[in-house]
Design a protein around this ligand. Structure first.
Ligand SMILES: [Zn+2]
Length: 105
């Protein structure tokens, strides 16, 4: 039976886990890869950055693979007009009011 050696970054415990207790993940928009498991010693949910090669080796060993993508909001352009003198004056008034409400000098 395949067992995969892992080290928990939270508690430092070494352990070996079965492939079905790990998840390998790759971002399809960037070169980001990781694997995740729950530490048997401290019960922390652990995610460890790794390489595409390690993800491939894990999935060949029976680890479940999850591909994910960055949120679409990251690529949306949001038109924004530059601040005017009035915006700056209104912002200053808001900060002054908050400062007064919270008793700061
Ligand atoms: Zn741990």
């Amino acid at each position: 039976m395949t067992r995969i050696l892992v080290t928990c970054p939270e508690c430092g415990a070494d352990g070996d886990v079965r492939p079905q207790h790990l998840v390998a993940r790759s971002c399809i928009d960037a070169d980001w890869h990781s694997y995740a498991f729950r530490c048997e010693a401290c019960r922390s949910a652990v995610s460890i950055d790794t390489s595409a090669d390690i993800v491939e080796r894990l999935t060949r060993s029976g680890v479940r693979f999850v591909a994910w993508s960055l949120p679409a909001e990251l690529t949306e352009s949001r038109p924004c007009s530059p601040w005017t003198a009035r915006d700056l004056r209104d912002f200053h008034a808001e900060v002054a009011q908050l400062t007064t409400l919270h008793g700061a000098a």
